[in-house]
Design a protein around this ligand. Structure first.
Ligand code: DGJ
Length: 731
């Protein structure tokens, strides 16, 4: 990329039309030269070709970086459309489809110009303008390449100058092509409390779609992330693949089409299902970003690329620290009062945690929020539970030297609420059919500017009244059903898209005034885990299921695409495992607690305090170190992973045994990412024999060279079920 100087060029459409019948690849007399547009990173290239034959844009190459500047000029035979249209000669899935004012359903896109700029050091934005020669429609492809992170972000902008609004039916963020003998797709799926289950299968001829139609959240059943491996299945350190994800908090679609020649096209973007979009003249339709990284060294490298990108660009304040916290959802539910909460503030302090997070149940008076059937939408403190208001609790927290955070779910409403009674027209519901509920609630119509103001004011009002409020958990406990917007009138099929863009509009306003307030993204568990939302949020809630056995698999799954500092892991009473096991599992991400501290034994309390101190001391390695997944829970009865800091002077190894037969021992684990020439001290942290019944004692530590640890390995596994060991590895 850096060796290439881009030119700005205007093509005469007539030239291209004259050459329309020439076979691909054979230059004709007087044919303009092909132009190559390279959007590359340090180790990968995405190369487009403007064909001199027909003036259209093709994808010429995607793969390992081409280091010889002459190589790209030899990519002659590409006929993969960069952004396939519909209505003329395309027979496969298009990237874009529309109907014009005159009812004509065709679109052709010819190259007009391209340029490249550097919006920031290490970032290149390539812009390619395409235009229909017959209708006044422009499509601009944008490709942002993050050099050091090896990540590429792609989106498209569609605009027209027709006399009236036109309808767009397809509007992909990205279209990518691959040519390999075989393709392997790794997808992640689940449901409430069973998020992020991994499955790999071979793509065969035809179309495979991964999508969601949930409206107010991206996922619940299918997660908007995938690996696509070429040739063979990939593993952590081997294989050629891309890891892709869509930055969109609503309906998404990844479409994989293998054609008759065995070529694969991957079309990623908003799910166009039930979303034919009315686009007014002059208004730009900007698609969300498709974010991907190419790796020819397996999934481990792809994850590390995405983690680096997320820390630097994808997640708000990704290079900064995070707050440890005590939450009350699992211990009190909706039932608490001021006395109970001040007690929990004492516990927060006692444990050595940074913040108390007050969850659901603190608001509403006419219909008090004592369960999930009432009160949602009425964001005034409940006088019976909190007679002195939130302000009192914030002050009590201040007095103890801990911070105070609060739960909200401002996009939703219970029918039993004053909000529902006062503003029935603010709610998504069909005018002529019964309402359909999920968790006894409905979704507010965020496309309505008055609702946007309401949601903004919920946050702004609280923060204005309590400036030292230090944290928000933003929940969203349902998808859309029976969705109809009174505000959108005859543009109902704009709803799914306008809803998400309106949410982002509200977040923009909030971030303008409160740029660094930590906000946890929650959606009844992991329903909004996507990079569209995460640029406004500092972390996310991956699942309501906090059973550590389940969490090993989920956190493993999330770790492929999201960095550990963003994955909130709380120690709760779910599962029957030892306190040590629960803490060790939570420690591999952003650790928090949601347990009854006042009922803990003195020993347990001491154990927690020690673990929290260890966590605080080592959290930078966990949050910003490089992750190496060493043994997968999908392959063995154990999971082992490690984080290594940039200078390779400090690492942490997490080893979890899910199950073990009587007397079973595990192979040594070969570490990765260390310096072979350094000598490391290995020391177990959080040691405890709790839950131990049999098996050899855990390896407590020793001194080893990096080479030994990586070539010979460590006895890190414990031979009994639901046990764990964490090792601090220091130069
Ligand atoms: C769903 C969230 O995932 C939980 O953590 C909790 O905040 C509840 N909502 C509260 O209603």
């Amino acid at each position: 990329m850096k060796n290439i100087v881009f030119s700005f060029l205007l093509f005469m459409t007539v030239n291209f039309l004259a050459e329309a019948q020439a076979p691909m690849g054979e230059p004709q007399p007087n044919q303009p030269a092909d132009i190559y547009i390279i959007a590359g990173t340090a180790h990968s290239d995405l190369i487009y070709k403007v064909s001199g034959r027909d003036g259209k844009l093709y994808q010429a190459y995607l793969g390992e970086k081409l280091t010889n500047p002459s190589s790209s000029g030899q990519l002659r035979n590409s006929d993969h459309p960069a952004y396939a249209t519909f209505g003329t000669d395309n027979l496969f899935e298009p990237a874009v489809r529309m109907t014009h004012n005159d009812g004509n359903p065709s679109l052709e896109l010819k190259y007009v110009s391209h340029n490249s700029e550097k919006p920031a050091a290490g970032v290149t934005l390539t812009t390619i303008l395409l235009r229909d020669p017959v209708y006044p429609v422009d499509v601009t492809l944008k490709i942002k390449s993050y050099e050091a992170e090896d990540v590429i972000e792609q989106w498209a902008e569609i605009v027209h100058k027709e006399a009236k609004a036109l309808t767009i039916y397809d509007y992909a963020s990205s279209m990518l092509h691959f040519d390999a003998p075989r393709y392997w797709l790794t997808q992640f799926h689940g449901d409430w409390a069973e998020e992020m289950k991994m499955q790999e299968s071979e793509l065969t001829s035809g179309i495979k779609i991964i999508d969601s139609k949930l409206g107010s959240r991206a996922h619940m059943y299918q997660t908007p992330v995938f690996f696509l491996s070429l040739n063979d299945k990939s593993d952590e350190n081997k294989g050629e693949l891309i890891a892709g994800t869509l930055g969109w908090s609503g309906n998404f679609r990844f479409l994989f089409e293998v054609d008759e020649k065995g070529s694969l096209r991957v079309v990623s973007g908003i799910n166009p299902f039930a979303s034919e979009y009315t686009l007014q003249p002059g208004k730009i339709f900007k698609t969300p970003s498709f974010i991907f990284t190419y790796s020819n060294k397996g999934k481990g490298l792809a994850s590390r690329n995405l983690h680096h990108w997320a820390a630097n660009y994808g997640i708000l304040d990704g290079t900064k620290g995070r707050l440890t916290l005590l939450n009350n959802w699992e211990t009190t539910g909706f039932l608490f009062d001021e006395k109970k909460l001040t007690g929990i503030l004492d516990d927060t302090k006692k444990m050595g945690l940074d913040l108390f997070l007050l969850d659901d149940g603190w608001f509403a008076n006419k219909y008090p929020r004592n369960n999930d059937r009432a009160g949602l939408g009425d964001w005034q403190e409940n006088k019976a539970k909190l007679p002195d208001g939130i302000g009192y609790l914030v002050k009590e927290a201040d007095a103890r030297g801990v911070k105070f955070g609060i739960w909200i779910e401002p996009e939703m409403v219970n029918p039993k609420s004053e909000l529902y009674e006062t503003h029935p027209d603010w709610i998504l519901k069909l005018p002529n059919r019964p309402e359909t509920f999920y968790r006894n609630q409905l979704v507010l119509d965020l496309t309505n500017p008055k609702v946007q103001d309401f949601v903004y004011n919920v946050v702004d009002g609280m923060l204005t009244a309590n400036p030292s409020l230090a944290f928000i958990k933003w929940d969203c406990n349902r998808m859309m059903t029976s969705a109809y917007s009174a505000y959108l009138k005859d543009k109902q099929s704009n709803l799914y898209i306008d809803y998400v863009n309106s949410l982002y509009g509200v977040m923009e306003r909030i971030r303008l005034k409160y740029p660094h307030l930590p906000i946890m993204l929650c959606s009844g568990g992991g329903g909004r885990v996507d990079y569209g939302a995460l640029k406004y949020f500092t972390e996310f809630w991956p699942s309501d299921n906090t059973d550590p056995l389940e969490r090993i698999y989920m956190q493993w799954g999330y770790s492929y695409f999201f960095p550990s500092f963003a994955v909130c892991n709380h120690v709760t009473s779910w599962g029957k495992q030892s306190l040590k096991f629960r803490i060790d599992v939570a420690m591999m991400g952003k650790m928090g607690f949601d347990i009854e501290v006042d009922k803990m034994s003195e020993n347990d309390l001491k154990f927690c305090q020690g673990a929290i101190q260890n966590y605080k001391r080592l959290s930078d390695v966990i949050w910003h170190g490089d992750l190496y997944r060493l043994i997968s829970p999908y392959d063995e009865n154990r999971a082992v992973m490690m984080y290594v800091n940039e200078s390779k002077s400090k690492a942490l190894l997490f080893s979890y045994t899910m199950n073990a037969r009587f007397g079973e021992t595990f192979e040594k684990v070969k570490l990765q990412g260390l310096d072979p020439d350094k000598t490391y001290k290995v020391q177990e942290i959080n040691p405890s024999n709790e839950g131990r019944r049999f098996g050899p004692p855990p390896m407590r530590g020793g001194s080893y060279t990096g080479e030994y640890l990586m070539k010979v390995g460590l006895d890190a596994g414990l031979g009994f079920a639901l046990s764990s060991a964490v090792y601090e590895i220091s130069e």
